[in-house]
Design a protein around this ligand. Structure first.
Ligand code: IVH
Length: 689
């Protein structure tokens, strides 16, 4: 029995780790997530049932255990050294290193160019992974190089780190490398935090270091970390290859992640070429690097070169321009995005960072600006990494400025700064409950939102104006020909004739398409206005309920909430939109230009039961529930699955259950089958005649 369980456990662990490797290292999953979850749950259940058979390298150990009180010290069997840095970021850095290596090796070794292994200098946290008989038994930080901290629990949660090595039973094999956070994971994590108005990580390096030193492994497991190996620590019972390059190849074969961006080159020319090639690629790498690392490739030569104090003579780091710099905030302005989102932007004293001169950096939103407490005149750290837009990471509080000069009322306040008005179009600004961003409400009118508004207005599911695409909207807006959707209906041949690549025929077609859009269904028209939180379905519900624009524009939030599926947030968005006079003007203009939203098929006067919501419960003798639903919907009623205050009628058949109780509790009208049939009959007659 136990032997069977043991075998099943081993099979499951191997299978799950194979999937982990495929997913996290190769980025090529073999099975759907559901299958992975199934295997994982089976393993968890078996281990819970047979706790004696649990092992330290089980993939279930990756999910994080109990919080720790602190980390235990770990003395490194082989000290973790640091590396000499060439601060000259020009080619000279590489040339100096090669010259020094040749000088130190002496004349015998320098007849032919030296062979070097070139790697990236990852910007994260150095970690020592100790494998005994191929099983990960301990992970430790570098600490002071002699003694680090035991962070095994947290490191186990990094899926890219193998819990056991493939095909390696060495008594001891210590793998050294860098734990890092990719730029994408860093951004995604921060975006999520920002959406919830929670603190963000300063940069990926702090993200990695902070997560590894997080005492609660469950929290650590939520931070998306990765790992690359770049060397070895203690080794016992494993025959070392001859070169550093071959060491990394061997680690990679064992399932340890090794970056593909490495090369074996010869001489200073080879180093310079590598430095330049990676510089050109730096922005497009998925993670931050702060330079490259050169290592003499042959381990025998490394041994011959030895160390000076705490640095090997056989290696050096060659830097790139820093991705973070200090500068001063000259002003804070608010930018209006294409969708009306208001973003505070710091205008900076220009600074060279991440390879370009930066004079603006985003502050993301009000909450984040306040949390970082960024103010005009402050010295700040700016980060520009990859092709991500530059951002203000934080304030460097100058000790020469007394703290009390930064008064409490100097704290960033977006609404106050803008006096409640969009800086572009003067429309009112709002922030929805639970949202981090302020927005301009002048969606139809605001120049910043013009292109977006026109494209949405003309889109297939809205007014369906064929031919009014990206490029044309761009030209119409840039040329000042069209300002709001209403202007489309005044376009004549002469205005279009001057546009690029616009022949007479396409101009005609466009004018026809615009004219052809003048009688849209009311639902499409409402959707086309681009009211925040009003998608197609809500637009249909609104059209059905209000039957014309005047009714909709006049409805207060209470009335709006009588519409099925319209809650306080959506009602507020609709109100904010129509409260803005600019938007009402544009709607009035559209109607004046001859746009006539059609109520056919949805309006109250056409469909006798529109605006009424029914809930069906129990069994009807005369028809199935589906038939009942269909007949109601044909008459304009809506059928919902649950009873609420908004429910108009509950139709109770035999054996009606809790929905009937709920109806009575909420005082909702209840119809028996006969009353229901009568109502259907009456309304059908209304419809017919
Ligand atoms: S080799 C004996 N290779 O840079 C040489 N280090 O001061 C030991 N680092 O914090 C280091 N990428 O974590 C080496 N490809 C790489 C590296 C690298 C990043 C970090 C390392 C340490 C610092 C070395």
């Amino acid at each position: 029995m136990n032997a069977d369980v043991r075998q099943r456990l081993a099979r499951l662990r191997a299978e799950i780790e194979k999937h982990n490797y495929q997913y996290y290292v190769l980025d090529a999953p073999l099975v759907p997530d559901a299958e992975y979850d199934r295997l994982f749950r089976e393993l968890q259940a078996l281990e819970a049932q047979y706790p004696d058979l649990a092992t330290p390298d089980s993939p279930t150990r990756r999910v994080g255990g109990k919080p720790l009180d602190g980390f235990l010290p770990v003395r490194h069997a082989v000290p973790m050294l640091s590396i000499r840095t060439e601060t000259d970021i020009s080619d000279a850095g590489a040339i100096t290193f090669d010259a020094r290596v040749r000088r130190e090796l002496g004349p015998g070794e320098t007849a032919t160019p030296i062979e070097y292994a070139c790697e990236l200098k990852f910007d994260g946290l150095a970690i020592n992974l100790r494998y005994e008989q191929g099983v990960l038994v301990q992970a430790a930080t570098r600490g002071d190089g002699e003694t680090g901290e035991d962070v095994t629990q947290n490191v186990r949660t990094i899926h890219r780190i193998p819990l056991h090595l493939k095909g390696c039973e060495a008594k001891v094999l210590e793998v050294r490398g860098e734990v890092y956070m990719s730029r994408r994971d860093f951004q995604r994590y921060n975006e999520q935090q920002r959406e919830h108005d929670l603190p963000t990580l300063v940069n990926p390096r702090n993200g990695a270091a902070g997560s590894i030193r997080q005492l609660d492994p469950v929290l650590a497991a939520r931070r998306p970390l990765s790992f690359f190996a770049y060397g070895l620590g203690e080794v016992r019972g494993w025959e070392l290859p001859e070169t550093h390059g071959a060491v990394l190849d061997a680690l990679s074969k064992m399932g340890v992640p090794v970056s593909g961006e490495r090369a074996v080159v010869r001489g200073a020319d080879g180093l310079v070429a590598f430095h330049r090639r990676i510089a050109a690629q730096r922005d497009s790498l998925p993670f931050d690097i702060d330079g490259v690392v050169y290592k003499v490739n042959h381990l025998a030569l490394q041994a011959q070169l030895g160390f000076v104090t705490r640095e090997p003579r056989w290696a050096c780091a060659h830097k790139y321009p820093a991705e973070e710099q200090m500068t001063v905030v000259r002003d804070i302005e608010i930018q209006v995005g294409r969708t009306g989102k208001l973003t505070p932007v710091a205008r900076l004293e220009p600074v060279f960072v991440g390879g370009t001169t930066v004079s603006n950096a985003t502050l993301h939103n009000e909450g984040e600006t306040r949390r970082k407490d960024v103010r005009v005149g402050d010295t700040v750290i700016v980060r520009r990494a990859g092709d991500v837009i530059p951002e203000v990471v934080g304030v460097v509080l100058d000790p020469s400025i007394p703290q009390d000069e930064r008064k409490e009322d100097g704290r960033f306040d977006l609404f106050k700064l803008l006096k409640g008005k969009c800086p572009v179009c003067d429309s009112a600004i709002v922030r929805e409950e639970g949202e981090a961003d302020w927005r301009c409400t002048g969606g139809l009118y605001c120049p910043a939102q013009r292109k977006q508004a026109l494209l949405h207005f003309a889109s297939r599911r809205a007014m369906d104006i064929e031919g009014l695409g990206d490029k044309l909207v761009e030209q119409l807006v840039e040329g000042g020909i069209v300002q709001t959707p209403a202007d489309l209906y005044t376009l004549g041949m002469s205005a279009l004739a001057d546009l690029e690549r616009m022949g007479e025929k396409s101009a005609h077609n466009l004018i026809d398409a615009i004219a052809g859009s003048k009688r849209p269904a009311l639902a499409r028209f409402i959707y086309a206005l681009g009211i925040r939180n009003v998608g197609e379905t809500t637009a249909k519900d609104l059209a059905r309920h209000f039957a014309d624009m005047d009714n909709l524009i006049a409805a207060d939030t209470d009335r709006l909430q009588l519409v099925p599926d319209v809650g306080p947030v959506v009602a507020q968005s609709i109100r904010a939109f129509f409260d803005e006079p600019h938007n009402r003007d544009v709607v009035a203009q559209l109607l004046k230009q001859g746009v006539q939203p059609q109520h056919t098929g949805t309006a109250a006067e056409v469909l006798p039961m529109s605006g009424k919501t029914f809930v069906l419960t129990g069994t009807l003798g005369s028809m199935s529930r589906d038939e009942a639903k269909e007949r109601l919907e044909k008459l304009g009623a809506k059928v919902s699955g649950s009873v609420s205050k908004k429910t108009g009628y509950v139709v109770a058949g035999t054996e009606a259950g809790s929905k009937l109780d709920k109806a009575q509790e909420l005082n909702v009208a209840v119809l028996d089958e006969q009353a229901f049939l009568r109502m259907l009959e009456e309304n059908s007659q209304k419809l017919a005649g």
